[in-house]
Design a protein around this ligand. Structure first.
Ligand SMILES: [Zn+2]
Length: 111
């Protein structure tokens, strides 16, 4: 049975839950504040890294697990790092586009 991590969108509390077949994950509530507004944490390994650390800890060519590719916050990390290394400012429009993609990866099809 998988263990999922959920983050409370009200207080930011993290809850790990062993999901059984009989349990509806929609029925979760935060054990800290009682809020029902929980969202699934996709990649617990990288989740708590601020974007700056994410960028500096990114190593091109290093083998990554599936979670890395599922985590939309890692979109464009490579491009961002290459530009930074080359001393090129990608500009606000580029950054805004990345932010949009990271928060809603389905936009890649819309934009
Ligand atoms: Zn909470």
């Amino acid at each position: 049975m998988p263990i999922y991590e959920y983050e409370c969108t009200s207080c930011g509390g993290l809850v790990s839950i062993l999901v059984t077949r009989h349990q509806d994950p929609e029925d979760l509530s935060c054990e800290y504040c009682g809020s029902k507004d929980m969202k699934r944490v996709i990649s617990p390994v990288n989740f708590h890294l601020p974007q700056g650390d994410r960028l500096s800890s990114y190593t091109p060519g290093k083998e990554r697990d599936e979670g890395f590719y599922r985590d939309s916050r890692n979109i464009g990390l490579r491009a961002e790092q290459m530009l930074k290394k080359a001393g090129v400012d990608p500009g606000e429009a580029f950054k805004a586009k990345l932010d949009n993609l990271r928060s809603d990866p389905s936009r890649i099809l819309k934009d």
